[in-house]
Write a new protein. Structure first.
Length: 294
């Protein structure tokens, strides 16, 4: 009842570990893969990157603000780590780069990947993420170049901080197999005692339940405009959130910040989704976009 088809990948359920959450080591991915339909690695670039100094993560009432700065061990070292993945679910490798050529250069390192997610939306690192993901022509060129290089599914991860419909159409024209919407939103926090920004980078990306309505609207809009699958990402913390995102148009739903509150979240959500599907006597993938037909 929970199985879905995502670009030829038969996921055992529609839940996917979001990039940047427990995705730096195969051991962490292996723990999540037991109950997730797929896992997305932390974004990796060609060269090793240290990221920003602490404080880099803030936990607040309705979610998390982070500015970790895309820390990465580098493509070669990370590919060695991912060879330890247990393959109990599908493996999606997240890539970041500043040009089509650089994205293409990363693909060969990850023959173990079942699919690639292109980080075109990180809001707090210059030269990468949103910097390139705000330019529809650049996005189209990046996707086209990566698709020419490999025959695996390629998903473009977009930001609500950009013209996501225009960028989504450009990604589709470039040959993207699917869209991931959304990444974190720009945000910051200030300490009233020190009277200074808390994050070392001053601003960061807001995730968690607070951004769910924004992500929901983006998924809805993209479903109306595009013909390729949409993977929701942003604020899903309960099984009801997963259902809502699917009704809005998502084929699958990524879970990220919720893991900070429970490492058993995928198991809990899976059991609840099973109960819902049995009660309604439905296949979950049939819910995709159903709210548009009302």
């Amino acid at each position: 009842m929970l199985q879905i088809d995502l670009c030829g990948m038969k996921l055992k359920n529609p839940m996917i570990l979001a990039s940047g959450i427990l995705g730096s080591y195969a051991s962490s991915l292996n723990r999540i893969s037991e109950h997730a339909g797929a896992v997305v690695t932390k974004s990796v670039g060609y060269e090793a990157r240290e990221g920003y100094r602490n404080p880099a993560v803030i936990n607040y009432a309705h979610g998390i603000i982070n500015a970790v700065g895309l820390p990465s061990p580098g493509a070669e070292k990370f590919s060695e780590e991912l060879r330890k993945f247990n393959r109990e679910s599908y493996l999606i490798v997240s890539l970041y780069a500043s040009s089509p050529e650089e994205f293409v250069s990363l693909v060969d390192f990850f023959e173990m990947a079942d699919a690639f997610e292109l980080n075109l939306s990180c809001p707090h690192v210059s030269r990468f993420g949103l910097t390139v993901g705000s330019d529809p022509e650049m996005v189209k060129d990046i996707v086209k170049a990566v698709k020419k290089k490999c025959d695996k599914p390629v998903f473009a991860k977009l930001s609500a901080n950009a013209s996501y419909i225009e960028v989504g159409k450009a990604a589709q024209e470039g040959g993207a197999d699917g869209i991931v919407a959304i990444n974190t939103l720009k945000g910051m926090a200030i300490d009233i005692e020190t009277m200074a920004p808390i994050l070392s980078n001053i601003s960061g990306g807001v995730s968690g339940e607070a951004i769910k309505p924004v992500a929901m609207k983006c998924v809805w809009d993209l479903y109306e405009e595009l013909s390729i699958p949409i993977i929701a990402c942003g604020g899903a913390t309960t099984w009801k959130d997963v259902i809502e995102f699917m009704l809005a148009g998502a084929r699958a739903v990524q879970i990220g910040s919720a893991l900070y509150y429970s490492h058993r979240i995928f198991y809990s959500l899976k059991e609840s989704l099973n109960a819902y599907a049995r009660m309604k006597n439905i296949q979950l993938e049939d819910l995709t976009g159903a709210a548009h037909k009302k």
